[in-house]
Design a protein around this ligand. Structure first.
Ligand SMILES: [Zn+2]
Length: 296
């Protein structure tokens, strides 16, 4: 009898949900990435990304670059490294980008540890899906010094005829409103309806604006390559940001977008990051990616 009870107990243990491994909620997973990447040099941040990719079993290539930068008095060489992950084999390519460097003296949790976190989550959960198109995910370096990493990438890796769209994630960690831009309301008849569909499917509050702060999308826009940038910001910041950008970037103190207060300062820490904001960016980008993938 004792043996029978022991066997029953063992069976119960295997079948009981309490003994099953509880999956980590996506917002906790994403927040964990922010904790891992915040602070440190570009090199350490890059190493963290590579470690995560190795743990996931996701292949990557690290592409070092050096680029001359001409200042007032002299020319310096800026070096860096883009980290690229690819899945899917289609002729057309969808690019998702997030810069991983931070400004000196800032832990860079929101700018842009948050974007990196969302992108790591997308790789972890989506790379085994069936993709009609090639999905190329880029962790760009040296965005804060003039979008150098993304410019290098575009020159070497982007062919206009295979380019479908680039989605840029920069600052995803606070608030409850999506800021989407720069949107060309007059001429964009192809990409914009897909963005609208993603907004409808997710039901997230969002604002679309024709302006967006300087970020890696500019390297694509320079060559008229379809692109969109997504941020998650505190409510009302959509208007504050677009007003600030439309008036040449100088807001009066009462109109300063809340999201900018800690940015590029020592206060851009993970303690200010809201896991639900990361989840919002993840869900929206995932929806947009699936919609884009379903197009020809
Ligand atoms: Zn940034």
């Amino acid at each position: 009898m004792k043996k029978k009870y022991a066997a029953m107990l063992l069976l119960f243990c295997f079948l009981s949900p309490a003994f099953a491994q509880t999956p980590v909620a996506i917002e906790d997973e994403l927040y964990g990435y922010v904790l891992g990447i915040e602070g440190g040099s570009s090199q350490r941040r890059g190493d963290f990304i590579k470690d995560q990719l190795k743990q996931m079993g996701a292949g990557y290539v690290a592409v070092p670059f050096s680029s001359p930068s001409t200042g007032k008095n002299d020319t310096t060489i800026i070096t860096g490294e883009n980290i690229i992950v690819r899945f899917g084999h289609g002729e057309k390519k969808i690019i998702i980008g997030a810069h991983y460097d931070a400004t000196e003296g800032s832990p860079g949790a929101n700018d842009n540890g948050s974007g990196v976190a969302v992108v790591l989550g997308l790789i972890n959960h989506l790379r085994s899906e069936e993709w009609k198109h090639t999905i190329e995910i880029c962790f760009f370096d040296k965005e804060e010094q003039g979008c150098i990493g993304s410019a290098q990438y575009v020159q070497k890796y982007v062919l206009p005829k295979s380019h479908l769209a680039m989605i840029n994630l920069d600052v995803e960690g606070t608030g409850d409103e999506l800021y989407i831009g720069p949107v060309d309301f007059k001429t964009d008849q192809v990409f914009l309806p897909i963005v609208h569909e993603a907004e409808q499917q997710t039901g997230f509050p969002s604002v679309e604006r024709s302006v967006y702060p300087e970020s890696d999308y500019l390297s694509f826009a320079r060559y008229h390559l379809t692109n969109i940038s997504i941020s998650v910001v505190p409510k009302g910041d959509g208007d504050r940001l677009s007003r600030m950008l439309s008036s040449g970037g100088k807001p009066d103190s009462s109109a300063l977008p809340h999201v900018l207060i800690a940015m590029h300062t020592p206060y851009d820490r993970s303690s200010l990051i809201e896991p639900k904001a990361l989840k919002m960016s993840y869900e929206f980008t995932k929806t947009l990616l699936f919609l884009l993938n379903s197009r020809r």
